[in-house]
Design a protein around this ligand. Structure first.
Ligand code: HGY
Ligand code: MN
Ligand code: MN
Ligand code: MN
Length: 425
């Protein structure tokens, strides 16, 4: 019987993918670091007697079959699935993704002990799943694995996505044992998922806010997900005239960097003027990128989010109009391409309230909270009843090394997840 705790599981991977220059962790999908984490997960799952396999979309499934099940194709239908992802953003925190995977392993251990003692009689199989490229940090589209599984992305488009070195997702996936010809909506896999539950580090200040803490700053360590803000990614390419930094007079320039700089300020102003909107330019790439070279092109990526999809669309349209005006002023051209778009997700309220009742047995007062962060659960919600649990993050910071979860709260997360899963099994 495994006595490992979620904290010892997390400690075992705490050195994998540390980013010495950015700080935090950089674990792009199918990189050495993320592959090490996938191997770690498969070994831990196999050690628990789970039946581990990776499907054509690169999703790992670790099956905890019903006792005595012989025809798993039948006995796994409508299973209870829990999991998350192991890839990270560049310089990300330790918990975004791995906490959900480690907590699922630890919750399995709690449930297996209950089953061994006769305290748990399961009605269905359970699986722990790990989704590739949730962050979209390498190939540009977030939740790529769950989008392939559900058909939310055209597999041909997915195959041709390229990373910064020009490697296609098809080549990288094939080099990692996947058969790109198998990419795409997987009806067989979807029929196996009865419910999907994802535990995740909270990525904002919700549980730390005054609304959920007493005068001493104490409050519930967990929340239950009720909505995920709609969000999308767009690429803006400003093109000008590449030239020599020393021989080109200032009046003779069509410098796309100037357009990009004004665009970034305009994005902030546009989002700040719209209640509850968020818009970010977190990535900017001048081409060719020489110190003594006036760029010929500048690519920048826009992340826009809002609870109402129509407002997100209106903001992007406004920003595109601003980009065109700024480009014209600078003698440049500008092209906007949409890279991914997810509508606002409202989790199944019946399931969310059932999760809340289960969680509150050990975490009284655990609230239902919205989140501005996208998740594979948000993609799966279009196909199966889906719910999320968030574990308190005292820093309120994520996608950054400061992301944090206290050991006791991680432990509370496992207990609550185990209760949630037991009530659904
Ligand atoms: O971008 C997001 O919200 C998620 O972390 N992929
Ligand atoms: Mn995540
Ligand atoms: Mn993330
Ligand atoms: Mn996410």
């Amino acid at each position: 019987m495994n006595t490992q705790t979620v904290n010892s599981l997390m400690a075992a991977i705490s050195d994998v993918g540390r980013d010495q220059t950015r700080g935090g962790y950089s674990r792009p999908v199918y990189s050495g670091a993320e592959t090490t984490l996938r191997e770690w997960f498969s070994a831990e799952a196999t050690a628990r007697g789970l039946d581990v396999s990776t499907d054509a979309n690169g999703i790992i499934w670790a099956w905890w079959d019903l006792p005595g099940a012989t025809d798993t194709a039948l006995s796994r239908r409508g299973a209870l699935v829990t999991g998350s992802h192991l890839d990270s953003v560049p310089g990300g925190g330790a918990f975004d993704g791995p906490l959900g995977v480690a907590s699922a392993l630890a919750a399995h251990d709690v449930l297996a002990a209950r089953e061994a003692s006769g305290a748990l009689l399961r009605n269905r199989a359970m699986a722990i799943s790990v989704f590739p490229e949730e962050e979209g940090s390498r190939f540009g589209v977030a939740c790529l694995g769950s989008r392939l599984l559900t058909g939310a992305i055209n597999p041909v488009r997915a195959l041709n996505l390229r990373d910064a070195n020009g490697n296609t997702f098809a080549d990288v996936a094939a080099a990692n044992g996947m058969d790109p010809a198998g990419f795409g909506r997987d009806e067989a896999a979807l029929t196996l998922i009865g419910d999907f539950i994802e535990l995740h580090v909270e990525q904002g200040k919700g549980l730390n806010s005054e609304a959920h803490t007493d005068h001493a700053g104490r409050g519930p360590a967990l929340a239950i997900g009720d909505t995920i803000l709609g969000h999308g990614r767009w690429k803006l390419s400003f093109t000008g005239q590449g030239n020599h930094a020393g021989t080109t007079l200032m009046a003779d320039r069509a410098d796309p960097m100037l357009a990009a700089a004004q665009m970034i300020v305009a994005v902030r102003a546009t989002a700040s003027a719209q209640d509850n909107a968020r818009a970010t330019v977190g990535r900017l790439e001048p081409v060719p990128g020489g110190t003594n070279v006036i760029a010929s092109r500048v690519d920048l990526w826009l992340d826009v989010r809002h609870p109402e999809d129509a407002v997100t669309a209106m903001l992007v349209q406004k920003i595109h109009g601003q980009a065109q005006r700024i480009a014209a002023m600078e003698g440049c051209a500008v092209f906007l391409t949409e890279e991914s778009l997810s509508g606002t997700v409202h989790f199944d309220p019946v399931l969310a309230n059932a999760l809340a009742a289960s969680v509150r047995r050990t975490v009284p007062g655990a609230p239902l909270l919205p989140t501005g962060a996208g998740h594979d659960a948000g993609v799966l919600a279009a196909e199966v009843p889906t719910g999320m649990l968030y574990v308190r993050n005292p820093s309120g910071i994520s996608h950054s090394p400061e992301e944090h979860v206290e050991n006791d709260d991680a432990h509370a997360g496992v207990q609550a997840l185990a209760d949630v899963l037991e009530d659904l099994l």
